[in-house]
Design a protein around this ligand. Structure first.
Ligand SMILES: Cc1cc2nc3c(=O)[nH]c(=O)nc-3n(C[C@H](O)[C@H](O)[C@H](O)COP(=O)(O)OP(=O)(O)OC[C@H]3O[C@@H](n4cnc5c(N)ncnc54)[C@H](O)[C@@H]3O)c2cc1C
Length: 448
């Protein structure tokens, strides 16, 4: 389809100060994994896509950098090669440590998912995905900070966005207001999604929320071929009593001489919001074997943190011309805090719906297809996320968490099932008894 760059005319929807107006079929705001995947698929479908990103690549993103087989499946579908010689570090399963138990669980052997995961820092990862979208025809504008929606005065629907150029330091470059117009805008602007907020879509309080912090250390463990998670994270409550937190610490080898070490905690415990997570990270790391060299001296950057929006905590996922993908739509898995796979998956599903919508001749026909996107997302993940919400609530009780670590962890068969549930790795059709159990539970649970 076509695109054009036009000057603001008196009487047009452009604001008087806007000097540059561009149009497209679809505007995607944010070039994280959700935005870049959406843009790449849309471009492949022949649509003219503008991908607007406030930062300039390469840019850092606070993350564990861990990719499960579910995320790798998305990379394969998107056509991103991941050879070891290009710095992609493969992992073959999850090592779980708790109490005296240390359990290595290989990723399940399934037809629907590859049998390996990957680790890649987000500094590289996000740029690779954004360039991939460009390779397929998306128009990426970096250093472009979207400041708000342009609305159709009559319907209240979004018909474009306003933006400002950023300078090299990430500050407003002081240039003219930029305007971009399209009949559909995709919010891929992450957890805080200012664009969704400006379209009156706040976060839902009845969904779990996580918080995670991480840093990097130089370590001999940098080339570990298992992801490792530690289930025992302790903090002190108001009375000074030690409590087990609902979450886990991770150690992911980045393969470049460093390990990504961090922790994620759910908001379902009484300790949430009252705990210094950086301190919890430090005190946990202090208990780890000294030969792993996780110490202040080997830390290569500050401890940084961010929120994990879970279980569809922002909805509806489509209305009034604005469609939500990834963290903007609260799509992090409440079982394990994984968000990249779901960001990419929602981008793929959104692009399928959008491509079908644009093939319709009338506005009404197009709208009808776009209105199906929330249902598509619920069908894909709704039941599973409802289960995840129950799980998050349950382990928010420190006693449940303690009993789970004490009695669950030593049981390998149960842990194998739990790995499949928590990483959302089951065969959708056929499979073994555990796949059928997971699918039945997800189907029985009401949509999130
Ligand atoms: C500490 C931590 C560890 C994590 N570890 C893992 C992990 O190991 N594995 C995993 O799968 N997930 C992990 N997650 C979750 C994962 O990081 C997110 O789910 C994922 O980044 C979501 O992708 P996204 O594209 O939706 O949003 P983001 O990655 O947040 O991308 C949003 C993009 O939008 C841009 N943007 C924002 N506002 C604007 C604006 N106004 N104008 C233009 N651009 C804008 C941002 O600059 C950014 O590039 C972790 C999260 C945290 C906080």
């Amino acid at each position: 389809m076509s695109h054009s760059s036009i000057s603001a005319q008196p009487g047009s929807l452009a604001s008087p100060s806007a000097q540059h107006v561009e149009t497209a079929d679809v505007i995607v705001v944010g070039a994280g994994p959700s935005g870049s995947a959406t843009a790449a698929y849309l471009a492949m479908a022949g649509l003219d896509v503008l991908l607007l990103e406030k930062a300039a690549f390469p840019r850092e993103k606070v993350c564990g950098d861990g990719l499960t087989p579910r995320a790798v499946r998305e990379l394969i579908t998107l056509g991103i090669p991941t050879p070891a010689e290009d710095g992609w570090i493969k992992n073959y399963g999850l090592r779980i440590v708790g109490g005296k138990v240390r359990l290595e669980l290989p990723w399940p052997d399934l037809a629907s998912f590859p049998p390996y995961g990957l680790v890649r820092t987000r500094k590289d990862f996000d740029e690779i995905l954004a360039r991939h979208a460009v390779k397929h025809g998306a128009r990426l504008l970096e250093s472009t900070n979207v400041t708000g929606p342009i609305l159709d005065e009559r319907t209240g629907a979004i018909i474009g966005v306003r933006a400002r150029s950023m300078d090299e330091d990430g500050k407003d470059a002081g240039g003219p207001v930029l305007e971009f117009r399209a009949p559909l805008v995709v919010a891929a602007d992450g957890n805080s999604s200012r664009l969704s907020m400006s379209m009156h879509r706040p976060k839902r309080d009845d969904r779990p929320m996580g918080v995670a912090v991480r840093t990097y250390y130089t370590s001999p463990r940098h080339d570990d071929d298992y992801l490792e998670s530690w289930l025992e994270l302790w903090a002190r409550d108001k009375a000074g009593k030690k409590v087990l937190l609902p979450g886990y610490g991770w150690i992911f080898g980045v393969g470049d001489g460093t390990s990504n070490v961090g922790l994620g905690i759910l908001n379902t415990s009484a300790a949430f919001g009252k705990t210094d997570y950086r301190e919890v990270l430090k005190s946990w790391v202090d208990t780890l074997p000294p030969e792993w060299t996780f110490s202040d001296e080997t830390m290569t950057g500050p401890i940084r943190g961010a929120a994990l929006p879970m279980g569809f905590n922002r909805q509806p996922h489509y209305d009034l011309g604005l469609l939500l993908v990834g963290d903007a739509g609260g799509m992090v898995n409440p079982f394990n805090g994984e968000g990249i796979a779901y960001a990419m998956e929602s981008g793929r599903l959104a692009a399928e719906v959008i491509a079908q919508a644009f093939a319709r001749q009338s506005d009404a026909g197009r709208e009808k297809v776009l209105q199906s996107y929330p249902r598509v997302m619920k069908d894909a993940l709704g039941g599973y996320y409802t289960l995840g919400r129950g799980f998050a609530k349950m382990i928010g009780n420190p006693e449940v968490m303690r009993l789970a670590v004490k009695y669950g962890l030593p049981r390998t068969t149960m842990m194998k099932l739990l790995l499949k549930i928590m990483a959302n790795l089951s065969e959708p059709h056929g499979g073994d008894a555990s796949d059928r159990l997971i699918n039945a539970l997800s189907k029985m649970a009401p949509d999130a």
